[in-house]
Design a protein around this ligand. Structure first.
Ligand code: SAM
Length: 204
């Protein structure tokens, strides 16, 4: 099953609050994006945003140049409906991040929580990194969160990769300098915990 078919099925059969990765607010992501975005005009893209409330929280803080990308049209539609008229202030892209060609040097901040770890082939990861290099402005920031070394080995029925800061940074290469990394214990809606890793990198 390809990524789109899988995620459309997930998004059409599960309520946003019932999936393991759900959080009412992505506090760590939000804090890092606020640190990386030097003005309210900063161009921010959220990769595989799903139905998360990050875009709501960014709009509430006055950010004016937000792009939300997801492979699932259903996830995008759910978020648009939740935002009501505010959805017009956001750029929406329905695409697979390993296949889409984004515009060059557009984004000041690239954010991804819980997408990169689903890329289990070298080719998928290389295509993703090519897009980051192509689409993020020199001097921009890349915030990627994956499962950490003690995180789950599967999510949503799919195999995942687990990373520590060094192995995740190695996937991105020399143009990315690792500014900071941290681990987070995420409490799932089922009362279990999952270890996440956050890497905050600057693009040279
Ligand atoms: C585990 S969810 C995380 C959602 C959100 N980032 C969060 O932290 O709540 C993964 C999301 O990434 C999307 N996704 C998975 N693979 C993708 C791909 N190759 N390209 C774009 N989006 C993808 C899925 O549709 C889903 O919405």
């Amino acid at each position: 099953m390809d990524a789109k078919t899988h995620w459309e099925k997930v998004c059409t059969t599960k309520e946003p609050e019932t999936v393991s990765w759900y959080r009412a607010h992505l506090e760590t992501s939000l804090a890092l994006i606020q640190r990386a975005a030097h003005s309210r005009l900063a161009s921010i893209i959220d990769i595989g945003a799903g139905e998360s409330t990050l875009v709501d929280d960014l709009l509430a803080r006055g950010y004016e140049n937000i792009t939300v990308l997801d492979v699932s049209q259903t996830a995008i539609d759910v978020t648009k409906r939740r935002l009501a008229f505010l959805h017009k202030q956001v750029n929406w892209i329905v695409a697979d991040i390993t296949q889409v060609q984004l515009a060059p040097f557009v984004y000041d901040v690239w954010h991804d929580r819980a997408v990169f770890h689903f890329l289990t082939s070298v080719e998928q990861r290389a295509a993703y990194v090519r897009n980051v290099v192509h689409a993020v402005k020199p001097g921009g920031y890349v915030i990627v969160s994956t499962f950490g070394p003690e995180g789950p080995t599967k999510c949503s029925g799919l195999e995942v990769m687990r990373y520590d800061a060094e192995s995740l940074h190695n996937e991105f290469g020399g143009r990315f300098s690792l500014v900071e990394s941290s681990k987070e214990l995420h409490n799932t809606p089922f009362g279990t915990t999952q270890q996440f890793l956050y890497c905050y990198c600057k693009v040279e």
